[in-house]
Ligand binder design. Structure first.
Ligand code: PHE
Length: 342
């Protein structure tokens, strides 16, 4: 009889273990209902043990009955708790349709202008130029005056400007960085200044009110125009290959004297004239020249001792030329079909 008693208590205990195992596998309300029926239902495990109580002596029944009641309470409690949690989860899931297809994630990559900019920087770094930076919101002084463009000077009209309040403006070129660097550095100075510039231009295939330039500046004793041409040619060949040719045309900038505009040979037609260069055979890159002595006066560098060259560079132009893109606006539209091609 003792054995029978310990056996039934063992059985009740292993029923509890079995319940716990199945309980851990519940993932939804229908699992839960199934387990409830199996254990607590009229024909369930717990009821079947209650029905067997009669097999045991009157003294033993209370102990076994008590054990069964404890188990029943235990199971009820655990099911109640998981029921609460499942209802909560199903409520939130109904707010989303989890059968809809997900969003495809794409792998990011560098913007073509970023890639060109990095290439330009690395070529000039290799030639000993340091990278300098200046603010995009500039003062009239740095953007114009110290570059020998006083108020009312006609050169201001070539650079339609976004004026802000208090003599501040969005820089129209990277040339103000020349002044900022020369103000606080003694020659020799050899820098490039990459960055964004702004002009009040109506966008079209070749104009964008925001674009990028790289300024170059070299100031030292005995710097010559020949060196300027040499550095531009070296850059052009590093960027586009050893067959590249360059061309300087005389021009005017208030902050360089003499001044030039420079072109790269059109790599697509080798100068014959094609769609890319619009028949010219050459692609215009930017302006350049020897730093005007008037500019040196603004930054207290003695033009009797020092000379220097400066150049600009239109980054979009180089990118358009390199990638054969015929509309500058595509760089700024953020259309993945375009950007994915590079
Ligand atoms: N800053 C001039 C421009 O924006 C280009 C330039 C730079 C010309 C340096 C001469 C020297 O067009």
């Amino acid at each position: 009889m003792n054995n029978v008693k310990s056996n039934i208590l063992d059985e009740i205990n292993s029923l509890k273990n079995q319940f716990n195992k199945e309980f851990d596998k519940i993932i939804n309300i229908s699992d839960l209902n199934q387990i409830r029926v199996n254990y607590l239902g009229r024909k369930g495990f717990v009821s079947s043990y209650f029905r067997r109580l009669g097999e045991f002596s009157v003294e033993k029944r209370p102990l076994i009955g008590n054990e069964l009641n404890e188990l029943k309470k235990y199971i009820e409690e655990k099911l109640k708790e998981v029921n609460k949690r499942l209802i909560q989860i199903e409520k939130t899931e109904k707010r989303y349709d989890i059968t809809l297809p997900g969003f495809k994630r794409f792998i990011g990559k560098k913007h073509p202008l970023t890639m060109i900019m990095e290439e330009i920087k690395s070529i000039f770094s290799f030639m000993g130029f340091e990278i300098a930076e200046g603010p995009e919101i500039e003062t009239d002084y740095y953007n114009f005056e110290a570059l020998n463009i006083p108020p009312g000077h006609p050169a201001r009209e070539l650079q339609d400007t976004f004026y802000l309040t208090n003599n501040m403006l969005l820089r129209t070129h990277t040339s103000p960085v020349q002044i900022r660097i020369m103000e606080k550095t003694k020659p020799p100075i050899r820098i490039i200044a990459p960055g964004r510039v702004f002009r009040r231009d109506t966008p079209d295939a070749t104009h964008s009110p925001i674009f990028m330039q790289v300024e170059g500046l070299y100031v030292d004793k005995n710097v010559t125009f020949a060196e300027l041409k040499g550095i531009i040619l070296t850059f052009a060949r590093a960027m586009f290959g050893k067959d590249m040719k360059i061309r300087f045309r005389s021009s005017f900038f208030p902050f360089t004297e003499p001044s030039a505009e420079y072109d790269f040979l059109c790599m697509f037609c080798k100068g014959k004239g094609c769609k890319i260069c619009k028949g010219a055979g050459w692609v215009e890159i930017s302006g350049a020249g020897m730093v005007d002595p008037e500019v040196f006066k603004f930054v207290n560098i003695d033009p009797e001792i020092y000379s220097g060259y400066a150049f600009g560079m239109g980054v979009e132009r180089i990118a358009m030329f390199k990638y054969q893109i015929d509309d500058i606006r595509t760089f700024y539209e953020n259309d993945m079909r375009f950007l994915n091609q590079f």
